[in-house]
Design a binder for this molecule. Structure first.
Ligand SMILES: NC(=O)c1ccc[n+]([C@@H]2O[C@H](COP(=O)([O-])OP(=O)(O)OC[C@H]3O[C@@H](n4cnc5c(N)ncnc54)[C@H](OP(=O)(O)O)[C@@H]3O)[C@@H](O)[C@H]2O)c1
Length: 215
């Protein structure tokens, strides 16, 4: 198992209070990592961190507010970082409001990019960054804006892996949690968390988008 690579590694989960972020934090913790999780609210992050057994710290960090980044960077350096922070809107382009579109882009696209840029100097260059998009990037579901934003997040993996080499950069593109795809297993947050953990641990996975949706 490559998971042993994560023993004693410091893993940052931006959006660690969320569905996928929480599962990822639990998974990397079981693989032996030390974990820092974030939420927009320091109180929520600390409360979520206290629910784990093991070395987990909670930090307040808003991906749209650069003034809050110093606290996050002070928690580093990090071996691996995964950014799951997002606010999505699943309306079509004719229905979405300007505020919803602005927020989705500000958090899920610009927020990911600025977080990555701030983090870069605090990352071990033998480590990795992982972002999360969504299968609607290439399998649209009647909501063009979220498809476009997810596709843009996916474009970051090959481009940043080249720009910031040797740091590895990957994107995980999941289907909807609870859906089976063409298979028989209903996807769970733990399935995505296992793939994120493998992506951190396996040093030959780089510059790529990994789909996980049951087919
Ligand atoms: N769950 C799914 O079925 C699914 C499927 C495909 C793709 N995805 C993608 O996977 C990613 C994570 O999904 P999820 O289901 O885990 O989402 P979630 O449960 O809604 O969690 C979102 C996380 O983002 C954080 N967040 C929101 N705005 C933020 C901001 N401005 N700054 C910092 N943190 C912020 C939230 O923290 P606080 O609220 O505590 O601040 C929370 O931890 C998203 O990109 C989503 O599109 C999810």
């Amino acid at each position: 198992m490559t998971d042993s690579v994560l023993a004693d590694a410091h893993v940052l989960v931006v959006g660690g209070t969320g569905t996928l972020g929480g599962a990822i934090a639990g998974h990397v913790l079981s693989a032996g990592a030390r974990v820092t999780i974030t939420s927009r609210s320091a109180e929520s992050a600390e409360r979520a961190a206290a629910a784990y057994e093991g070395d987990v710290t909670g930090v307040g960090f808003d991906v749209t507010d650069h003034d809050t980044v110093d606290t996050l960077l002070a928690a580093g350096p990090f071996d691996h970082a995964v950014v799951t922070a997002a606010v999505n809107a699943f309306e079509g382009l004719s229905e979405i409001t300007a505020d919803e579109l602005d927020t989705m882009i500000a958090v899920k696209l610009k927020g990911v990019m600025w977080t990555a840029r701030h983090l870069r100097p605090r990352m071990d260059e033998k480590g990795s960054m992982t972002f999360v998009s969504g299968m609607m990037s290439r399998r649209p579901g009647g909501a063009a804006p979220v498809s476009a934003v997810s596709a843009a997040v996916e474009a970051l993996a090959p481009a940043l892996a080249q720009e910031w080499a040797p740091l590895r950069v990957n994107v995980i593109s999941p289907g909807g949690i609870g859906s089976t795809g063409a298979g028989s297993h209903a996807g769970a947050p733990g399935d995505v968390a296992a793939l994120v953990t493998a992506t951190m641990a396996n040093r030959w996975i780089n510059g790529t988008v990994l789909d996980i949706h049951g087919g």
